[in-house]
Design a protein around this ligand. Structure first.
Ligand code: EPZ
Length: 434
């Protein structure tokens, strides 16, 4: 668990952001590659029999951590230029990822499926929960067992092994993104066909299907709630050169930032249909959103209208934009109810917004947000990545200075955030920890 109290108490060994609110964001911003796709394609490369060149990779710390995980397993992984990664996992691979990196980043779990398929075994430090709630991997493990693997959990580790994986019909209790991805990977070289029902439908899963099929896998149905994987004996020996989709959550973060500052921002290199749930909600709130094939323009003048938001698995409103839209609604006209149906406790940032003058009450899975005229800058702490984004958004609109601690979290998922915001006219700067 992240011990926010001790960190807040003064362990300030990290950079902080200083934001002076009130500037309208205007201009153009280019959206980077999708963190939650890249991390999985890097894990998927463990199954490849040749080089994997992955392009449009954001230089964020989670990617560096995953590079460490791959190297710890014995793969080669290196930057070829500012945003291209070359991975080769054809030498002998270990079956256990470095504990300290698994502890640091839950997404390390995503190496389990590829390693199980390739080596028939994997050992991983049991990933903990984090600030946004309990994050078990029971659905991943049940899927592996359905494929014929043996799962042993002891001394804080998970061991999964199987002489031969057999295709199976698997129904997920919840459309878990990670479980869908891990089971899909494990089934690629299994004997027979696997069907995953109630599968997650996120765009990142379609990316993985495309990536694996380029390697010779036979997967169909990603993006729907039923994915079929026809097991193959081995993958092909082709090199792969893969361009990652844009990050829909980074795009949504900038759309909301434009809205709260009454700005006029053109987002470039986006896929509008990946962020449709936010677009329609922003229009309901009174924000003008226009799209074409690869751009989204967000324009806001006048007063934001209150609205209710219900977080749901894709294509519902994304949980990764829940903190950011809550920050927006703090200065809307009226009362909004935001309900979080994906994670158990993703409102830990609310106290920080209240410190900035917001009027929010959290009841069970919902935040009841009573709009106020304006927020005021304060010294706040970001307990996790998207909470950090929410506090930046609040700071952009607040009167006066906001000092944000917790840039370590922000740097996990946003590349050049303050540079991109400054480019749009925000008064934001990073104070580097000496
Ligand atoms: C992925 O996490 C994303 N991370 C998350 O983004 C995102 O919020 C989440 O999907 C939902 O969209 C990456 O892709 C690296 P889940 P994941 O399995 O796969 C429960 C961000 O900010 N669950 O869909 O871990 C779980 O506890 C991050 O970029 C089980 O109970 O999400 C949660 O309540 C945050 N058992 C819910 O399902 C399991 O075995 C959704 O989890 C697995 C999950």
């Amino acid at each position: 668990m992240i011990d926010t109290e001790s960190i807040k108490a003064g362990v300030k060994n990290e950079d902080r952001l200083e934001i002076i609110g009130g500037n309208r964001l205007t201009g153009k911003v280019k959206i980077s590659g999708a963190k939650n796709a890249v991390l999985k394609l890097m894990a998927a490369s463990l199954l490849a029999n040749n080089n994997c060149l992955i392009r449009n990779v954001p230089r964020i710390s989670d990617v560096e951590t995953m590079i460490g995980v791959l190297k710890g397993l014995g793969a080669e992984a290196s930057w070829q230029d500012e945003s291209s990664l070359l991975i080769n996992a054809t030498n002998g691979l270990g079956y256990s990822a470095p504990d300290e990196l698994v502890k640091e980043m839950r997404a390390s779990v995503q190496v389990m499926g590829p390693l199980l398929a390739r080596l028939g075994r994997v050992k991983l430090f049991q990933p903990g929960g984090c600030i946004i709630g309990q994050r078990p991997i029971d659905l991943h493990l049940k899927g592996f067992q359905a494929l014929g693997a043996e799962v042993i959990e002891e001394h804080g580790y998970v061991y999964v092994q199987a002489k031969k994986l057999q295709g199976a019909e698997i129904h997920l209790d919840f459309p878990s993104v990670g479980a869908t991805e891990n089971i899909m990977a494990a089934a690629i070289l299994a004997e027979g066909t696997t069907v995953i029902r109630n599968a997650a439908k996120e765009p990142e899963i379609i990316e993985e299907q495309n990536f694996y099929n380029r390697l010779g896998a036979k997967i169909r149905g990603a993006g729907t709630d039923t994915i079929r994987i026809e097991g193959v004996k081995r993958l092909n020996d082709r090199e792969i050169d893969y361009m990652v989709i844009p990050d829909r959550i980074e795009a949504g973060t900038f759309m909301i930032a434009a809205a709260i500052t009454g700005g006029d921002v053109l987002l470039e290199d986006v896929i509008p249909e990946h962020i449709e749930a936010l677009t329609s909600k922003l229009r309901e709130i009174g924000v003008s959103v226009s799209t074409d094939a690869e751009t989204i323009r967000v324009k806001m003048d006048g007063k934001l209208k209150a609205a209710d938001i219900t977080v749901l698995p894709y294509p519902g409103f994304p949980t990764d934009l829940q903190p950011q839209i809550t920050a927006l609604m703090t200065v809307a006209n009226g009362t909004s109810v935001i309900t979080e149906n994906v994670f158990g406790s993703r409102f830990r940032y609310v106290d920080e917004l209240i410190r900035m003058g917001a009027s929010i009450r959290v009841e069970s899975r919902s935040a009841i947000v009573k709009g106020v005229n304006s927020l005021s800058g304060a010294s706040v702490y970001a307990p996790d990545l998207r909470a950090g984004a929410a506090l930046v958004i609040a700071g952009l609109a607040a009167e006066g200075l906001t000092e944000l601690e917790g840039t370590t979290f922000l740097d996990r998922g946003y590349v050049d955030l303050e540079a991109k915001l400054s480019g749009l006219g925000a008064a934001i700067k990073r104070i580097t920890y000496a």
